[in-house]
Design a protein around this ligand. Structure first.
Ligand SMILES: Nc1nc2c(ncn2[C@@H]2O[C@H](COP(=O)(O)OP(=O)(O)OP(=O)(O)O)[C@@H](O)[C@H]2O)c(=O)[nH]1
Length: 317
């Protein structure tokens, strides 16, 4: 299956919501019967209904309002078919997402230190495993540090991913200081001449102060080895949390210097529209998206393909 085919397949729950919403909206047009194809006049009532469809798809009120206003500005007074409306929507979504679609930047620095943050269960460990595997396949040498030392299960899980990806995973005894593990990992990555060091971190937001101090200490300690580290701070967000992902970005931007986002679990949710809201609200780079639990289920983020899949359209030729 092509990458677009997989994206469309996995985004099905989200796209079904928009697809059905738009079809319903066009089908109820009073003048539908006169043409062989149903068409709906773009007027205030129609734009309001469209806005509701987008909010139901988790795009958020602000983004949904902006998107519909732009469609109104461009197309008010026209009669659109379902396909034309989907195309117009996909164009607007692409326009919002285009500026933030950027792969994880790779620097000549060795090791490039990538700190991975996010709430528990958001998919950090899985994403690190997938990233490690992709970088390894691209010829990079990778070291992983299991920085969530408070959860033995999290460490074990990361070791399993390390085996799958074929990269070393540095661990420390349960309850030990994550910063000291991060330091040891820096030493090891430097000694190995590794290209990348991926550091997993804890995600207990229940005690934000502790987490902030823990992350700050990790950063302080790795800067003893390299004052330019970490080179990326990746925030992993779970799409199934919908609008809550926006709140998580706000919180993590206060406690860490977030440089980019990965959104996971877009395959299991109808709330994929939240990624559009994230792009619109924060403008942070979106590096990749998680489309499943397997090692090859992390896809680069392509704004046009995402927008078309989300709107239930086929690939643009
Ligand atoms: N369907 C789907 N599941 C995913 C994806 N990414 C992660 N998961 C699943 O989400 C669950 C949590 O993922 P983890 O990688 O353990 O999350 P974490 O943030 O490391 O969580 P902690 O270890 O609790 O800190 C696991 O069951 C993963 O298999 C994805 O893109 N799609």
């Amino acid at each position: 299956m092509s990458l677009f085919g997989k994206l469309k397949d996995r985004l099905f729950k989200s796209s079904a919501r928009i697809d059905q919403g738009i079809e319903g909206l066009v089908a109820e047009a009073p003048a539908a019967a006169v043409a062989d194809e149903a068409r709906r006049l773009v007027d205030d009532a129609m734009l309001e209904e469209l806005e509701e469809v987008l909010i139901a798809a988790d795009m958020g009120v602000e983004t949904a309002t902006r998107v519909t206003a732009n469609i109104g500005d461009a197309l008010q007074g026209r009669r659109l078919s379902t396909r034309e409306l989907k195309e117009a929507l996909a164009r607007e979504v692409t326009r919002i997402m285009d500026p933030v679609a950027r792969p994880l930047p790779i620097y000549p620095k060795k090791p490039q230190v990538v700190l991975v943050v996010g709430v528990n269960g958001s998919g950090k460990t899985t994403t690190i495993g997938k990233l490690a595997s992709q970088f390894k396949a691209a010829g990079k040498s990778v070291v992983v540090a299991a920085g969530d030392t408070f959860r033995a299960a999290a460490v074990e899980q990361l070791q399993v991913w390390g085996q799958r990806a074929g990269v070393p995973v540095l661990t420390a005894p349960e309850g030990s200081d994550p910063a000291s593990l991060a330091f040891d990992a820096m030493v090891r990555a430097e000694a190995d001449g590794a290209d990348l060091l991926l550091i997993d971190t804890a995600g207990r937001l229940q005690n934000r102060q502790d987490l902030m101090e823990e992350l700050a200490k990790i950063v302080r300690v790795i800067r003893k080895k390299d004052e330019t580290a970490p080179h990326n701070t990746l925030l992993v967000l779970d799409a199934t949390t919908g609008q809550n992902a926006l709140l998580q970005v706000e919180i993590f931007r206060k406690i860490a210097d977030v440089s980019g986002l990965v959104m996971t679990k877009l395959d299991g949710t109808a709330r994929g529209g939240v990624l559009v809201a994230l792009a619109d609200k924060f403008g942070l780079p979106i590096h990749a998206i998680g489309l499943g639990e397997q090692i090859d289920d992390l896809a680069p983020f392509d704004p046009q393909e995402f927008a078309r899949a989300l709107c239930g359209l086929e690939e643009k030729k």
